[in-house]
Design a protein around this ligand. Sequence first.
Ligand SMILES: CC(C)(COP(=O)(O)OP(=O)(O)OC[C@H]1O[C@@H](n2cnc3c(N)ncnc32)[C@H](O)[C@@H]1OP(=O)(O)O)[C@@H](O)C(=O)NCCC(=O)NCCS
Length: 187
Amino acid sequence: MDKDIHNEIIKVLIANESHLGYVPVILETIEAAAKVRGTGIAKRSPEYIEQKMKEGKAIIALAGKEFAGFCYIESWGNRQYVANSGLIVVEKFRGHGLAMRIKKKSFDLSRQMFPEAKLFGLTSGAAVMKINTKLGYVPVTFADLTDDEAFWRGCQGCVNYDILLRTGRKYCICTAMLFDPSKKHRK
Ligand SMILES: CC(C)(COP(=O)(O)OP(=O)(O)OC[C@H]1O[C@@H](n2cnc3c(N)ncnc32)[C@H](O)[C@@H]1OP(=O)(O)O)[C@@H](O)C(=O)NCCC(=O)NCCS
């Protein structure tokens, strides 16, 4: 297990009901980071994140009892696609490989829960592109992603949503990345 800058062991866990008390700090941290980056975010209610934890579809990182990081998984298009979303690492814990550990745990969980599904993500961040590449994702066009309307509604809160609309959902600022289990051997 890795030690962080404060010499504290950070655990990366599949969240459950015992972590519901962390929901407010998770949402506040995601929102504050989006403001700093100047991006919009898919609106997530406390109930939505709570549900993820209860379903065993969220990953939480804790330094002792202190919140350090988070992400969750969601299936789309009749479980044919799975997205890893809401990745956040608290600022003071960044730069030490924690996001990579969270994403790896989330990747393994997605593969276990939805073995046939294609895993995908939309990101404008270099760190996430690097992590996804290490996990075997490749860049794809938006046409290769789910056409599930509910997924794309998540983009409505983004400052660039007008671009997505204008291009008929073909192009936007984010890079789409996909892991297709049927093409694993091409890695
Ligand atoms: C993006 C974020 C999750 C990265 O967390 P982290 O724990 O610092 O990331 P890691 O230490 O695991 O780094 C993973 C890789 O990305 C690189 N990286 C980290 N931050 C980076 C940055 N700002 N720019 C470019 N590369 C970066 C690291 O060098 C590492 O690559 P390497 O393995 O080749 O060295 C964190 O900065 C964050 O929470 N940001 C705000 C929210 C956000 O942007 N979420 C993603 C939305 S898509």
